[in-house]
Write a protein that binds this ligand. Structure first.
Ligand code: FBP
Length: 563
């Protein structure tokens, strides 16, 4: 590679840390089985759908003095869904383990996400190829995509590609949806005697692929630290100029983990949590009033500035918006081929067509929105038929509605301050950052461990590395059956087996920390300035994990939960 920045050069030399159980090498491991597992809910349905892969035990690895010999084999790897820092290190860890096990092993990377295995588009890795990407952000080593791998035809195509390349195991690096697909593919391969294993790796900056066994998905650490750096910088700017309110929307399609973590790292004046808005059934007006109230209170003590953090998914958690968006999603599906909609020459015409088709209540909600948001709600759907919340400028909607509310209050003599707002969206900035030391180590371990699972003949497992608040040497490597995380949910009107998404728990320690501090943070400026991620320097700065992981681990220890 040419044209490397000084940091790139140094990061390429970084040697990620492994759990001590994996450090003696891939050929010196023993596998220990836990007890048989069950699905998180809807056990009978899941058992029926996954006849061959259901109920397997969790496993952990330990070092062995004996050496095992493994026959040469070929493995394929897929990056699936949104980018998350550390993906390249998962592949590097997988590659290193695979070559350590047997130098004749080969690793193939499928190009552009799951479609690569269907269309037979791939690259073959070698040392130089991998070395150029070690400890770097991004998924550009092979690219990613959002194709859903779920139909019989796709499975047959995937099988044909694997047979052509003599591949006997596939690693899918993805979030809850991609790992649901990994579970389906694993089951299908066994049911069809394909002799191909499938192993998943937990990825997503959103942090919503977690449970008792998976403490955090990779990328969350780096992405939240990146957003926290930016918010901290903005807090300093706001506190210096004292003239703007900054409205910061932060990525995280459904769950608010990212916004919550960034808020705990920076202590802004307002933090909205979508799960709380939904639980309290707050209307859009109530959300606006809640935020306006804090703005007025601060203005009353001469503070016409502040920072508000808003999760990307907020709009979908406000009950009246949720209902309208669900109704709109169905209508948009039917309008895809509608000549009157496709032929509409102005956006107003499109608004009218949509309003006429929405149910009366939903039409009222839609009609009440500013034109900018109405237009964004009509943008293309994702592969699941859902609105792409990253394209909805909720931060601007809130600014507009709050301005209107403050103007009313001003005419009533109840607001004497000034309100001037700036909007920001932090999302793509964090997804491809250089992985923090934590993510670099965690991802490398996940990839290395994925090959250990393959080497022991397992399929339908998610690579798991736990005990993450301790030094890497004490991390616990193993695997969790994917079916253990599944339940039945409605998708496109049908009940489907899916990995259960982890939303913010309102009775959990992380939200409680925000809840017990937010009144203070609203008025008294308790801003924290985390600064940029540090890669070199004291471990107390470079190797720290997230507040979320720390608080959750402390709570588990208090309740004596099994690690
Ligand atoms: P994954 O769930 O695939 O990890 O992606 C999450 C995410 O980064 C969300 O935070 C965001 O809403 C979405 O991807 C944006 O998707 P896209 O990259 O397609 O714009």
């Amino acid at each position: 590679m040419t044209n490397l920045s000084p940091l790139q050069i140094e990061r390429l030399k970084y040697q990620p840390k492994l759990p001590s159980s994996l450090e003696n090498g891939i050929n010196h491991l023993v596998l220990q089985e836990g007890s048989a597992t069950e699905a998180v809910a809807d056990k009978e349905e899941i058992k029926n759908l996954f006849k061959n892969t259901y109920g397997k035990p969790t496993v952990t690895f330990q070092t062995s003095a004996d050496s095992i010999h493994s026959e040469a084999r070929n493995v394929g790897v897929i990056l699936s869904g949104g980018q998350a820092p550390g993906g390249h290190n998962v592949i590097a860890g997988l590659y290193d383990a695979l070559k350590q096990a047997n130098p004749n092993n080969q690793l193939y990377g499928f190009l552009g996400g799951p479609s690569g295995i269907i269309d037979g588009k791939y690259v073959e890795f070698n040392d130089q190829f991998i070395n150029d990407y070690r400890n770097t952000g991004g998924f550009d080593i092979i690219g990613s995509g959002r194709t859903k791998l779920e139909t019989e035809e796709q499975f047959r195509d995937a099988l044909a590609t694997c047979q052509k390349l003599n591949i006997s195991a596939v690693v899918i690096i993805g979030g809850d949806d991609s790992n649901t697909n990994a579970a389906l593919l694993a089951e299908w391969f066994v049911a069809n005697n394909a002799n191909i294993q499938v192993i998943g790796c937990p990825k997503t900056i959103d942090g919503d692929l977690k449970n008792e066994q998976i403490e955090i998905s990779f990328g969350f650490d780096t992405a939240t630290k990146t957003y926290a750096e930016l918010i901290g910088n903005i807090e300093r700017d706001a506190n210096s100029a004292k003239k703007y309110w900054h409205f910061v929307k932060i990525m995280g399609r459904s769950a608010s983990h990212v916004a919550l973590e960034a808020a705990l790292q920076t202590q802004p004046n307002i933090t909205m949590i979508s799960e709380e808005v939904e639980q309290k059934k707050m209307s859009l007006e109530q959300v606006v009033n809640y935020m306006t109230d804090i703005i007025v209170k601060r203005a009353n003590v001469g503070k016409n500035f502040g920072i508000a953090v808003i999760p990307e998914g907020l709009i979908e958690f406000i009950p009246e918006m949720k209902s309208m968006i669900a109704n709109l999603n169905d209508i948009m599906a039917s309008l895809e081929t509608d000549p009157s909609f496709l032929g509409a020459t102005t956006i107003r015409e499109k608004f009218d067509i949509v309003e006429n088709r929405l149910d009366a209540e939903n039409a009222k909600v839609y009609a009440s929105l500013p034109a900018l948001i109405k237009g964004q709600l009509l943008a293309d759907r994702d592969p699941h038929g859902n609105v792409q919340v990253s394209k909805i400028e909720t931060e601007k909607l809130l600014i507009e509605m709050i301005t209107e509310r403050l103007n009313q209050l001003k005419t009533q003599g109840e607001f004497i301050g000034k309100f001037s707002a700036q909007s920001h969206f932090f999302g793509y900035e964090g997804r491809c950052a250089f992985p923090s030391n934590f993510d670099a180590d965690y991802c490398y371990s996940l990839g290395f461990n994925a090959f250990a699972l393959i080497n022991f003949g397992l399929t339908g497992y998610l690579s798991s590395v736990r005990n993450l608040t301790e030094p890497a040497s004490d991390w616990v490597a193993g695997g969790v059956p994917l079916t253990m995380m599944m339940n039945m949910e409605k998708r496109h009107g049908e009940m489907k087996p899916v990995i259960k998404k982890a939303l913010v728990e309102l009775d959990g320690p992380v939200f409680k920390k925000l809840e017990s501090n937010r009144e203070d943070w609203a008025i008294n400026d308790r801003y924290l300035f985390p600064g940029a991620i540090q890669y070199f320097g004291p471990s107390s700065v470079c190797d720290i994990t997230t507040v979320t992981l720390q608080l959750e681990s402390e709570a588990k220890q208090l309740t004596g939960a099994v690690r």
